[in-house]
Write a protein that binds this ligand. Structure first.
Ligand SMILES: Nc1ncnc2c1ncn2[C@@H]1O[C@H](COP(=O)(O)OP(=O)(O)OP(=O)(O)O)[C@@H](O)[C@H]1O
Length: 351
């Protein structure tokens, strides 16, 4: 549905994006993830027909955006970072106006506006003036104006920026509900947003797409290592003997013993295979007569992938356009939502 090939945009001396290539299948939600200044807005604006590319092509439903940008704009709904709302219009009046501009027939307009109001949970605010709405409601109006003409493609630039946690959940659910009937691209710098909302992710850094794939597959590809934290018992030689022969183990590390539970040995086992060896580890220890008090598999999260690919692309880029960008933006990118997901219990057999 969306095909972007070798897209570049140069503003004066700044290369905002370079050789960006990706595609989005019909009905899919693609997350365009990158730190501030990575080139997300530039790509979204080119795709929406509001900015010409310097090089490369962007096609929506087979039509090259800049060959017929007016036709393409009817095929897409676009939510820019700052939605262009008219504060003195009512929600309904504004949506009718947008529907008219987008070429919705007069006879269809009320129906389409009602559908957009309903989908965005705005029906009870239809008569409210936009200037009297909260930020969350305005964002919903922004999304409603993007979908009012029922376009097959929806492009959302940082759709949850500035919203409170409850509003973020509402907007993410709304976006998820658009999948299937619509093809959606959303740009974000929030890692958890893509894993919660998107089928696929394209990671952009310093103007280049450095990785694409499903959040889970990306995690597996980039860090092909699984780490298990185990609380066991016994002498270190006995433990090493028990684990000897389990395929994939690359490292066994003994940690400090807990003062309160000196009989428990903390162990970290690394494996270079994607399959879960938690059961093998437990069985091997128990078979040797050793206790297994706890076993946890530390899963690779999207944060790990993001840090890995952006660090690699930054270190291999000989002429970084924004040398300080990652230093400044990493803490913001490392949104706390995922921290609790980075480790997950697998099996916990007790002896
Ligand atoms: N009109 C412009 N003129 C000159 N440089 C620009 C212009 N717009 C963007 N840039 C530069 O292009 C690069 C990419 O900017 P862009 O806004 O696309 O990134 P972004 O990923 O959307 O960032 P953010 O999340 O901060 O909005 C940045 O270096 C930016 O300073």
């Amino acid at each position: 549905m969306i095909e972007v090939e070798h897209l570049s945009k140069i503003y004066g001396n700044t290369t905002a994006i370079e050789d960006v290539t990706f595609s989005v299948k019909s009905g899919e939600i693609l997350g365009f993830l990158g730190p501030n200044g990575a080139g997300k807005t530039t790509t979204m604006r080119i795709l929406s027909g509001y900015l010409p590319a310097t090089n490369g092509t962007a096609k929506i439903a087979g039509v090259e955006v800049h060959e017929d940008s007016m036709a393409v704009r009817k095929q897409i709904g676009y939510l820019p970072e700052t939605p262009p709302l008219y504060p003195d219009m009512s929600v309904e009046g504004f949506l009718k106006f947008v529907a008219e501009i987008k070429g919705v027939n007069r006879s269809e307009r009320s129906k389409k506006v009602n559908q957009a109001l309903e989908r965005c949970n705005l029906t009870d605010r239809r008569k409210s003036l936009i200037r009297k709405l909260s930020k969350g409601y305005r964002q919903r109006v922004g999304i409603a104006q993007a979908i009012v003409h029922d376009p097959p493609v929806i492009i959302l630039d940082e759709p949850t920026i500035g919203l409170d946690p409850k509003q973020i959940i509402d907007v993410r659910n709304l976006i998820k509900s658009l999948a299937g009937d619509h093809t959606v691209i959303l740009s974000t710098h929030i890692l958890s947003e893509v894993s919660m909302t998107c089928d696929r992710v394209a990671i952009i850094n310093q103007g280049k797409v450095v990785k694409t794939g499903s959040p889970e597959i990306l995690a597996k590809q980039v860090l092909q290592q699984t780490v298990y934290d185990i609380k066991t018992s016994g002498a270190s030689e006995q433990i090493a003997l028990a684990l000897n022969g389990i395929p994939g183990i690359t490292d066994i590390e003994f940690g400090n013993t807990d003062v309160e539970q000196p009989e428990q040995i903390n162990l970290r086992v690394s494996s270079n295979i994607a399959t879960d060896i938690g059961r093998d580890l437990t069985t091997a220890l128990v078979t040797q007569g050793l206790g297994v008090y706890e076993i946890r598999r530390n899963q690779t999260s999207l944060e790990d992938v993001f840090l890995e690919v952006t660090a690699t692309s930054a270190s291999t880029d000989q002429s970084p356009k924004q040398p300080d960008a990652m230093v400044e933006t990493n803490p913001a990118v490392l949104d706390g939502d995922k921290a609790s997901e980075s480790s997950q219990s697998t099996q916990g057999e007790m002896k």
